[in-house]
Design a protein around this ligand. Structure first.
Ligand code: NAD
Length: 494
């Protein structure tokens, strides 16, 4: 790992792509409009980025369709796609420090998280998915001797991907790796708060041999570029990661346009259940990381902590001690464990929820409202609020910041009921030494993912996604490929 001063020097020499990437080349938005990309740690301008809208989307979709129909990517043998994507992963690896810096500067994530998690996981996702694609077979249906019914998996055509800012490179990789491996053309609209790494990614894709026009990146706002993509009549599948509010809008856009398939990875308010027989030290350390890593800007953040009443005092003391290792600082310093919030809006949201928690009777036992100083970055404090319960606003709603609600329970049934008392169902953590309880609770918790005696783990082999208002599809694993392929059945009478 480079030193603080080495990262600072490299960041000063970094250049940024700021135009849309369409058909293998960078180009300004048709309107000529741009939006500013700000470093949230310094509030200084990084770049003015092309602000795409309907006109750019129309051009990119028409071109992506042509490229798809030409077969240069969609019809080549899967092993050829695999080769190009592996080369792409190698190129990303060669430029891993650059990618780490791009996201750190763009959205404030600590450089050590980028180096240790986001960049290697993104590379692994692309490699693993590429590697899988020439190992997937079709099926023959058991129709009988006088017919042959073959079940093929075909690429869907043009995929629109819309991604958030909290893990810019990683969330993009989870969408585009399976979409591209399956043979589709992809148009990505990254978040307007973090578009820089995606633009570099697209350039390297072409360098790796993925044909021009297969992977396109259109920066822009949700209500312009994102909406135009979601309403487009010639986009076959829309893959989204972001808030539940926007996820609902996308379902509407699909219904208003061509009924494109919409895959949604949306918000969360994940519960963390700590039973009396838990390993308190391990649970406390993981519970702190589960809400304070990446400044709490994590969809699977365990923001609702439910502790058995009998160990609550001991557990909360251990939690506060573990949480002390999360302190905001310059994200370019490898020692920093928490960077700034992505922007002033997100910081204001954090402040509003901490105030509402206090107004509704919660006791702030660590952190508290941010002390913002103009021009010095959007830093929040790791905050723990005790005396919380499910009736409070900050326990019900996703904050997407470093604010933990501490609640208590007395029985296993009550713990499960409290965990499930939420519109969301993304992840959940369970801490217990009792194997039967671990299984029982995991089955009953309404979520797409459950971690027992750990939190947030899962490599490329493991599906990621939620239920209820947290969405429908799954990223990662072979299941992700199902989102980007159509099943076709061909029946021949013999
Ligand atoms: P957001 O919904 O505000 O934006 C996500 C993307 O949608 C952005 O690219 C944005 O420009 C675009 N968008 C906004 N309005 C749009 C519209 N009307 N039409 C089309 N596109 C539109 O979310 P965010 O603030 O970027 O990200 C935070 C949210 O993402 C949180 O709720 C978090 O839980 C969620 N998230 C979920 C997962 C998951 O896997 N379930 C992972 C990461 C983040």
């Amino acid at each position: 790992m480079k030193s603080y001063s080495e990262w600072q020097t490299q960041s000063k020499n970094l250049s940024f792509h700021n135009n849309a990437y369409i058909n293998g080349g960078f180009q300004a938005a048709v309107s000529g409009d741009t939006f500013p990309c700000i470093n949230p740690a310094t509030e200084k301008l990084l770049a003015d980025v092309a602000s795409c809208d309907q006109a750019d989307v129309d051009i990119a979709v028409a071109n992506a369709r042509e490229v798809f129909k030409s077969g240069v990517w969609s019809e080549i043998p899967p092993r050829e796609r695999k080769k190009a994507m592996q080369k792409w992963a190698n190129l990303i690896e060669q430029h891993q420090d650059e990618f780490a810096l791009l996201d750190t500067l763009d959205m404030g994530k600590s450089i050590s998280e980028m180096v240790n998690i986001d960049v290697p996981d993104a590379i692994d996702c692309i490699r693993w998915t590429a590697e899988s694609i020439d190992k997937i077979y079709g099926e023959i249906a058991p129709t009988g001797d006088d017919t042959l019914a073959m079940i093929h998996h075909q690429p869907v055509g043009v995929v629109g991907a819309i991604t958030p800012w909290n893990y810019p490179l990683l969330m993009v990789s989870w969408k585009i790796a399976p979409a591209l491996a399956a043979g589709n053309s992809v148009i990505l609209k990254p978040s307007e708060k973090s578009p820089l790494s995606a633009l570099r990614l697209a350039e390297l894709a072409v360098e790796a041999g993925i044909p021009a026009g297969v992977f396109n990146v259109l920066p822009g706002f949700g209500h312009t570029a994102g909406k135009a993509l979601a309403l487009h009549m010639d986009v076959n599948v829309l893959a989204f990661t972001g808030s539940t509010r926007v996820a609902g809008m996308l379902m509407g856009y699909a219904g208003e346009s061509n009924m494109k398939r919409v895959w949604l990875e949306a918000g969360g308010k994940s519960p963390n259940l700590v039973f009396a027989d838990a390993d308190i030290k391990a649970a406390a350390a993981a519970s702190a990381a589960a809400i304070f890593c990446n400044q709490g800007e994590v969809c699977i953040a365990c923001s609702r902590l439910y502790v058995d009443k009998s160990i609550k005092e001991e557990f909360v003391a251990a939690l506060v001690e573990a949480a002390a290792s999360f302190q905001p600082g310059d994200p370019l310093d490898p020692a920093t464990t928490m960077g700034p919030m992505v922007d002033g809006t997100q910081l204001a949201i954090v402040e509003r929820y901490i105030r509402s928690a206090e107004e509704e009777g919660g006791q702030v036992i660590m952190g508290g409202v941010p002390e913002y100083q103009e021009g010095k970055g959007f830093f929040a404090k790791p905050t723990i609020v005790d005396g919380a319960h499910n009736g409070m606003t900050f326990v019900k709603e996703e904050i997407f910041g470093p604010v933990l609600a501490v609640c208590e329970f007395e029985t296993e049934e009550e713990a499960i009921a409290l965990a499930n008392d939420s519109v969301y169902g993304l992840g959940a953590a369970v801490w217990t030494q009792n194997l039967s309880r671990a299984h029982r609770v995991s089955r009953k918790v309404e979520s797409g993912m459950v971690w027992v005696n750990t939190w947030g783990e899962g490599d490329s082999t493991v599906p990621f996604g939620g239920v209820k208002a947290s969405g429908n599809g799954r990223d990662k694993s072979l299941h992700a490929l199902e989102k980007y392929t159509d099943i076709k059945n061909v029946l021949i009478r013999l």
